[in-house]
Every structure is written in C-alpha cells, then in structure tokens.
Unconditional design. Structure first.
Length: 153
C-alpha cells in the first residue's frame, strides 16, 4: 500500500476524478418543477396551459391524424414482415422457387422488405408534412407564447 499513497484501500483520495465531480455538485438532482395545485399556488400556470392544450380540439385532431397513419402503417408492415417469416418457415419450396436466374422468391421478398422500409419512411414524412406539421407548429407557437417561451434556442 505504501506504493500507492498508503492509507486505507477503500479510502477516497483527493486526486480522484469522481471526487472532483462530486465536489463540483454536478450530480445533485435538478429541482422538480411544481405540478398541479402547486403550480397554481406558486403562480406557475404552465401545467394548466399544457393540460388545456392537450384537451383542445386542435391537439386531438393532430393526434388523431398521427394515429390514423402510424397505427395502420405499423400493423401493415408487421403483418408483411410476419408473412415473410412464416412463409420462409412453412413453405420452403415456394420461397426457393426461382424468379429470374439465381433470384428466388425469398430473395425477392427480402429485397421488397428493404424497399418497403424506405417507402414507409417516405410516406410517413410526406403525411407529416402535408397533414400534421402546420397544425402542430400552430399549437407549438400558441403554447410558447402562452408560457413565455417564444425565444428560439
């Protein structure tokens, strides 16, 4: 132990980097913002504004548009993927059938899975741009102005 500064084996040395972090108070938890009744008592009405926006018809419409696309698209893609897996396990003869040259049904379906992923990403971005972004930005701006957070970070 004399080679390593002596002292107790588990003792915290002053040159320990973890001690520096603790001394700098970087690991102290951030204060929790008030919620519900506490926010109203302290004058911070942000939580009430957030709840009001969440219950608004505009927010429900944006959320409905999102769910109207995301849930069916996810279900469709999962069914397509599971069909590929089930066919690969239960119908090896079908999957081994040649389509062109050395290209078989399994390879074609696998490449179609890859293409479907990009098609779905494109469709999601297009749907968001055309049907949700404007309404979501309007909601965001109204919320920012009501809570005093207009500054762009």
């Amino acid at each position: 132990m004399k080679e390593h500064g002596g002292g107790e084996p588990g003792a915290l040395r002053m040159d320990d980097p973890w001690y520096d972090v603790l001394a700098a108070a970087q690991w102290e938890p951030a204060p929790v913002p008030p919620t519900g009744e506490q926010a109203e008592r302290t004058g911070d009405g942000r939580s009430a504004v957030y709840l009001e926006v969440q219950r608004s018809a505009a927010f429900q419409e944006v959320r409905g548009r999102y769910r109207g696309f995301a849930f069916p698209a996810t279900a469709g893609f999962l069914l397509w993927y599971l069909l590929y897996v089930v066919l690969a396990m239960t119908a090896p003869g079908l999957m081994a059938r040649r389509v062109a040259g050395e290209l078989n049904v399994a390879m074609t379906a696998g490449l179609a899975q890859f293409a479907t992923t990009f098609l779905l990403a494109w469709a999601y971005a297009r749907h968001a741009r055309l049907r949700r972004d404007r309404a979501a930005l309007d909601l965001r701006w109204s919320l920012a102005t009501r809570t005093g957070q207009e500054r762009v970070r």
